[in-house]
Each structure stands twice: as structure tokens, then as C-alpha cells.
Design a protein around this ligand. Structure first.
Ligand SMILES: [Zn+2]
Length: 410
């Protein structure tokens, strides 16, 4: 048993936290009294460790080996084909591992990674990420989503690979219905994903409508299917860019369906800011989904890192603090309640989408924690400090220290 004395919660309250084994045992003013192993938190900010609910660990860090392309989603997917053919399990696991380690150093201890499942790379991306997850099991929890990046009907053989991926250890069923050639194929894609999820009793986390074309409407297909099968609270839809381009009354109707189906939305503003709006001149669209309306309606919205130096996005370093900051810019988050929402979008919201029951700063929750050298969440968001300490299952797994010095003339 050990304790942290005088740490500040995001609410502003100063408390002690007592950790017993993997769990938070006590939390409150004076709770550390009598605990022999107690360190002074000095009023610094204590947050639950971040959750990255949407990342592609199989593709990370390949950017420098790809040819240049037009900067669009289609351009990136094509440019990656050549590299994907050359993936090996070792290659994928080495890259994935380095981003998992970087993420832990920056305060993230849970990651949910899509892994391409298609006839180009077969199961190599999954096997590589599973190997990295096993190697990093002492510092982070990594789950995988079988993701048919090249489509299901467009890529014959991929459905069988999806089945094999689930049997080989993928946790969640992915999808990408808007990538199919027409509406009938999109519907079939959605049905196939739900069939697979039902058969294996898995949650779904699909890439949905990652386009500025407001006529692309597979989010509604996903919501209808979830409602029809009563697959409630078990579906995440990622990106959902075209919802922003659709007429307002249509968008409101679909948002209501998402709410009723308990669908979480993984808005990934960083990648979509650079991928979308490429054809626009003058007023260039941001390509980000309707975060404000979804939030107002009560839909669970999370922000994910999505990409780390891959074919889609040349930046990213596994920092959910950076993800929250850039997403705040992209979605007009500036008021106090907006900034509290930005924190939720990288903590509680992805935890809820993942259906974690032991997440957060409360008694009984798993002690995945981080201590930040900032007095408040808003200052942490503005100043982007490194966490001084990060704990995973109650064990210290990362430490950072920064020494800065200003040399004045006299
Ligand atoms: Zn993605």
C-alpha cells in the first residue's frame, strides 16, 4: 500500500490518494494518514492515465518509406499498399512497441488499436501489434480492432481473414462501409460486420464516412443496424466527417439515432484537419464531425490520436494532451465547460466507448494515474507539460523530468 498526499483533482479539490495493489483504496482529504509509504504531491494535478481510443499501431512510423501522394485519404491508402506488402511481424511489432512506450511516457496506459485485415497484409499487422501488446503488458493495456481497410466486398477474401483475425485474438470488429463502391455494398458491409460481431459476441468500432461528401451516409446504416439488432452501447463510429457536410435536419435525425443506439463517436480531428478539405478553395472546410451538436445531444464523443507519422498524417507522438489541444482548436473549445469536455474526450469518453468499468479517479478503480506539474487541467492543456510520474495498475511505469534555465545578462 502506498499513497500520494495533497494532489489536486481536475475539480480543484486537494486530496490524498491511497493505492492498494492495482486499485485505488481511499481518496479524500487526509486519506493518507497512517500510510507509511506516502509521497508529497505538492498540490500538483492528478489525472487518470489517458486512454487512446483510436490509433493505428500497425501503420505508425512508416511515413519516410512512402512515396508522396495528394494528401487525401484515398491517396494515403494507396501509397501504403507497397509498404504493407513488405510488413513482417517483427517490423510491425518494433514500430508499434516504440509508440506504445512513447505513449506511456506521455501518460497513456490504455490504447485501442485498429489493425489492417485485408488480402495485402493478411494477418501480419494483427500479429505484429499483438506481439507488441504482449511485450508491453507490464506498462500498458493494448486491445486490437480487426479493420478491413480495403473494404469487404471490394477485397474478396477479407471477410474470411476478419474471421481468422477474431479467432487469432483481435478483440473488436472493425469496418469501413463508405469504402465500398455503392450503397448496396455499403449496406452489405455493415450487415457483415454486425454478423461477425454477434457471432463472436464482440463490440464494433468502425471507420465511418471519412469524407467531405455529405451524400455519403453510412453512419445512419450503422445506427439503424444497431437499433434493429438491439446492439446498444456496443458500437463506436470513427471520423464521421460527412455528417458535418450533410443538411442540418438530416444530421439531427442521425444524431438522435446514434444517441438511441448508444453509439460513441471517435472524432479524430488531427488527421481529418489535414486529410479533408483538399479540394476546397477559399473557405477550406475543417473536415471534422459535428462535435458540438453530438455533445449537446448527449452522445459520447472521444478524441483519438489515430495516426503517428504514417501515410495519412506526418505528426503525432502518442500525446493525448496534444490531441486534446489540437482537437480543441479544431472544434472551437474555449470556455471552461468546453475545456472540461476536452479532458473527458481523452479520458472518460474513450473509457466508456471501451466499456471499461474500473476507470477513473474513484475508490475501486484501477490505479492508472498520472501526476502533472500544473495546478489545473486548463493549465496542463495550455502548457503541455510532461507527466512527472505515470502509474499502471498501481505500479510506477514512467517518470519525466525537465530542467530549464534562463541566462539573464546580469
Ligand atoms: Zn482511423
Amino acid at each position: 500500500m502506498w499513497a500520494l498526499r495533497d494532489v489536486r483533482l481536475p475539480s480543484g479539490e486537494v486530496v490524498d490518494v491511497v493505492v492498494d495493489g492495482e486499485r485505488i483504496a481511499h481518496l479524500g482529504p487526509g486519506a493518507a494518514r497512517g500510510v507509511a509509504e506516502a509521497e508529497d504531491g505538492a498540490g500538483k494535478l492528478l489525472l487518470p492515465a489517458f486512454v487512446d481510443g483510436h490509433v493505428h499501431l500497425d501503420k505508425v512510423l512508416i511515413r519516410d518509406e512512402l512515396r508522396e501522394h495528394d494528401g487525401t485519404l484515398a491517396g494515403a491508402i494507396e501509397a501504403i499498399h507497397e509498404r504493407k506488402r513488405r510488413y513482417t511481424v517483427d517490423d510491425v511489432s518494433t514500430r508499434a512497441r516504440s509508440v506504445i512506450e512513447a505513449s506511456v511516457l506521455l501518460g497513456t496506459t490504455r490504447l485501442r488499436s485498429h489493425v489492417d485485415v485485408d488480402t495485402i497484409g493478411g494477418l501480419t499487422p494483427l500479429e505484429g501489434v499483438l506481439a507488441a501488446a504482449a511485450e508491453c503488458a507490464d506498462i500498458a493495456e493494448v486491445r486490437t480492432i480487426a479493420f478491413p481497410q480495403e473494404g469487404l466486398l471490394r477485397d474478396p477474401g477479407s471477410y474470411q481473414l476478419m474471421e481468422a483475425a477474431i479467432e487469432a485474438g483481435a478483440d473488436v470488429v472493425g469496418g469501413m462501409p463508405h469504402w465500398e463502391v455503392d450503397e448496396a455494398a455499403q449496406r452489405a458491409h455493415v450487415r457483415l460486420c454486425f454478423d461477425l460481431a454477434e457471432r463472436f459476441d464482440r463490440d464494433l468500432d468502425m471507420h465511418v464516412d471519412e469524407t467531405d461528401d455529405g451524400g455519403v451516409r453510412t453512419l445512419e446504416m450503422v445506427a439503424d443496424e444497431a437499433l434493429r439488432r438491439s446492439y446498444l452501447g456496443r458500437v463506436v463510429a470513427g471520423h464521421v466527417c460527412s455528417l458535418a457536410a450533410a443538411p442540418h435536419d438530416y444530421a439531427e435525425r442521425v444524431i438522435d439515432k446514434c444517441l438511441r443506439a448508444g453509439i460513441s463517436i471517435a472524432a479524430n480531428p488531427l488527421t481529418n484537419l489535414v486529410l479533408q478539405g483538399r479540394q476546397d478553395r477559399g473557405l477550406v472546410r475543417r473536415g471534422v464531425t459535428r462535435v458540438g451538436e453530438l455533445r449537446a445531444a448527449g452522445v459520447n464523443v472521444l478524441f483519438g490520436q489515430d495516426c503517428v507519422k504514417d501515410g495519412f498524417y506526418p505528426f503525432g507522438r502518442g500525446s493525448m494532451l496534444e490531441v486534446a489541444l489540437i482537437s480543441a482548436h479544431a472544434t472551437h473549445l474555449t470556455s471552461h465547460s468546453d475545456l472540461a469536455f476536452a479532458l473527458k474526450a481523452v479520458t472518460e469518453a474513450p473509457a466508456r466507448a471501451w466499456r471499461l468499468t474500473d476507470y477513473g479517479l474513484s475508490v475501486g478503480a484501477r490505479a492508472d494515474l498520472q501526476l502533472l506539474p500544473a495546478p489545473t487541467w486548463e493549465e496542463a492543456l495550455r502548457l503541455q507539460p510532461l507527466p512527472e510520474k505515470v502509474w499502471f495498475k498501481g505500479r510506477l511505469v514512467a517518470q519525466n523530468s525537465v530542467r530549464s534555465k534562463l541566462h539573464r545578462a546580469n
